[in-house]
Ligand binder design. Sequence first.
Ligand code: NDP
Length: 450
Amino acid sequence: MEFQNQYLKDVYETVKKRNAGEPEFLQAVGEVLESLEPVVAVRKDFVEEGVIDRIVEPERMITFRVSWVDDNGKVQVNRGYRVQFNSAIGPYKGGLRLHPSVNASVIKFLGFEQIFKNSLTGLPMGGGKGGSDFDPKGKSDREIMRFCQSFMTELCKHIGPDTDVPAGDIGVGAREIGYLFGQYKRLRNEFTGVLTGKGLTYGGSLVRTEATGYGLCYFTEEMLKVMKNDSFKGKTVVISGSGNVAIYAAEKATELGGKVIALSDSNGYICDKDGIKLDIVKDIKEVKRGRIKEYAERVPGAVYTEGCKGIWTIPCDIALPCATQNELDAEGAEALIKNGVMVVAEGANMPSTPEAIAALQKAGVLFGPAKAANAGGVATSGLEMSQNSMRYSWTFEEVDKKLHDIMVGIFHSAFDAAKTYGHEGNLVMGANIAGFLKVAEAMKAQGIAY
Ligand code: NDP
């Protein structure tokens, strides 16, 4: 990490010392601090008020034991986390991730990024994130239920509709949110909008399931229109992952005239040159909870390749990494560039390594960073909170239009901030700066003992 500004350098050194052994968190902080060079050059007030020293330290980090009993009657123990990173502009908001790779570093990087993402949506939401190293793969519905109930038994002490409102993330979909919500209600005797991503029968919002993937495509379409006078029409699209974000990004990309030819999971990827048949993917992933390789067994002409990184060697115009952090490295970026990729937009959180981003930007590839491009999920969660507070539901079309307008707005906020601060076209800097400014002003206004 290279900083010209001494204050930023000092802040980063402190973060490094205080969070040794947390590479994902340091990566996320480093990228934001680098983007803030042109801001601190003109906003000495933020330096005097210690806004950046404060924003890199979570307001609260909760770690707890989650014990549950498996189907064989054996006691299992996992670790649960909730980071309440910043509440300057609204209640903490951010998903829960269930994956064996979850640790303090992963939760803190996600919570830190969430501050800026939530700010970009224009809605009043602070930044938080949580989860557990529990692995949902291969678990029965009843085991998932018992885990979720135990997890919520502790988490419920720290959250609430005006305090902290969790949602889904990797490994947490409608089923898990249902079990978590049921347990919260049972323990607190309150029917409130304490979680988003709820089922439609008990306070969920239409479009929440589709929101992150759809939003990613709305953002990408606007980026193509403004920066290249182009669109999805006739473009070949490669998408990594085959979970919630990937499936609905594929659906919207297809609707906008693109041809999606590849999807993956953590074991490998499929390529279907005729265009992926999404009804089959949904059946495999959403109904049967199966593996993506089953697609190649069901669709003649489709090919499955073991190992997930090779997906970036498939020639395409638009690449949408929608699986997990650091899945697109320098090698993957070089392969995309060699094959003439035009746009990379991030559906997952921090899926591109710093080296990959640098290579793509240097090659003139349009790059849409996660904080901006995948904010559609949390934006629609914000709309779910509004509907819950009003005790009212908007139609699919109403929510979809609001989501579309928010994503177009986010693109323009990032684009304009990059231009104002002398880095036209650099949406990484633009998103970080635009997201930061609102939170920083609020922190300054609310005083230091905050
Ligand atoms: P899901 O659990 O629905 O799907 C995750 C997908 O990514 C699966 O296909 C999974 O494959 C794959 N994957 C997970 N870990 C790895 C890995 N280590 N290597 C390769 N592939 C992997 O999660 P989501 O679709 O909800 O989330 C995907 C990404 O999008 C995450 O980064 C998440 O933080 C981000 N995101 C999600 C939002 C949402 O609304 N859901 C909002 C904003 C961001 P496998 O089944 O083999 O594990």
